[in-house]
Design a protein around this ligand. Structure first.
Ligand SMILES: NC(=O)c1ccc[n+]([C@@H]2O[C@H](COP(=O)([O-])OP(=O)(O)OC[C@H]3O[C@@H](n4cnc5c(N)ncnc54)[C@H](O)[C@@H]3O)[C@@H](O)[C@H]2O)c1
Length: 320
């Protein structure tokens, strides 16, 4: 199905596709266009152009031929990246999407929840959002199939960034452990297995976003730490299994500020605690990802772990 707008300036559009229900909804106040036709939900999400009197000038075309906003076939030569965990506008996944799009990639963002707010940095031509729970093998497969279809059957990069984050709550610890490992580790494996048939040999990378918590812990974060350490094991195992085909590496971020409140939550001592003099930002992780996915610069690197933590994990810590 195709959704196009004939108009000028800025609008954020969301198209939801469903097999069970079919409706077209225009929400003028929020400048969203929502189209739903299935419960296996796919969201095309990005910015299009629309003029001030757009409601009178906009026209919607709904065609039965997949998502082609320009009427052209997807470019086979353009590199394509799938990134999980993109829903939060200040999260690392969203920054990965920006950074790879800026490098000319088409990006497919996958998340179990829909994006928390509209984002005019993501255009319909460069970004596709697919709703999926990566801990469910069928949904992981669905996400990759949708991505491959949109990307012309070639996916050059998979970044497994989605995660259940550590938190100390009152839930059953066995359930927390199982759920955390299911998303953070099993989900990364499922996505990796599904993507392999679409990865061009010698031009492709899988990046697992692990954590320095693979090696360091706070109390009661067993599931998170075990899953992040598991990603390090998965990294070297896949690097050997996929030798000569796909390079596989892990990034272990330290403290990266993704708080919705921004820099205001950080104290001077938080910055000063880091040997580089600041808390990390999502761009720090994105730069490492870009480097590792660049065949010319990083083609000799596979099976490795890269800590991006401002040197914090190298500090000797004494009792206060
Ligand atoms: N922020 C940090 O300080 C830090 C440090 C080390 C590692 N990391 C890692 O970086 C990654 C991104 O973290 P962030 O801080 O940007 O948090 P975030 O909350 O923005 O990212 C996690 C995303 O994963 C999604 N997700 C959760 N369960 C899912 C599922 N079942 N299927 C699909 N998506 C799912 C969430 O909806 C969310 O959008 C995570 O892997 C995290 O472990 C973050």
């Amino acid at each position: 199905m195709l959704l196009t707008l004939s108009h000028g300036a800025t609008l954020v559009a969301i198209a939801l596709r469903s097999n069970k229900r079919s409706h077209l909804q225009l929400s003028l106040s929020s400048c969203y266009i929502t189209w739903a036709r299935s419960s296996s939900r796919r969201v095309d999400w990005g910015a299009a152009n629309i003029g001030p009197n757009w409601s009178s000038r906009a026209s919607l075309e709904i065609a039965n031929s997949g998502r082609k906003t320009s009427g052209q076939e997807p470019m086979q030569t353009q590199r394509c990246a799938v990134i999980t965990g993109v829903a939060r506008s200040r999260g690392i996944g969203r920054q990965l999407a920006y950074s790879f799009i800026n490098q000319g990639y088409k990006v497919v963002g996958v998340d179990v929840q829909e994006p928390n707010q509209a984002d005019d940095k993501l255009s319909l031509e460069s970004f596709l959002f697919v709703t999926a729970d990566v801990s469910d093998p069928a949904q992981a497969k669905h996400a990759i199939t949708e991505a491959a279809q949109w990307c012309g059957n070639q996916i050059h990069v998979l970044m497994n960034n989605a995660a259940k984050l550590p938190h100390v709550g009152k839930e059953d610890p066995l359930k927390v452990f199982a759920d955390t490992v299911a998303v953070n580790l099993n989900g990364a494996y499922y996505m990796s297995q599904c993507v392999q048939p679409y990865m061009p040999v010698g031009q492709s990378s899988i990046i697992h976003i692990s954590s320095t918590r693979a090696y360091q812990s706070e109390p009661n974060t067993e599931g998170y730490s075990a899953s992040k350490a598991g990603l390090c094991g998965l990294t070297h195992a896949q690097a050997i299994s996929l030798a000569g085909k796909v390079r596989v590496n892990a990034i272990l971020p330290g403290w990266i500020n993704t708080d919705d409140a921004g820099d205001g939550v950080l104290r001077p001592e938080d910055h000063a605690w880091h040997p580089v003099g600041r808390v990390g930002i999502p761009e720090d992780v994105a730069q490492m990802c870009l480097f590792l996915c660049d065949e010319e610069r990083a083609g000799f690197i596979t099976g490795q772990e890269f800590v991006v933590d401002g040197g914090a994990s190298k500090k000797m810590v004494y009792p206060e």
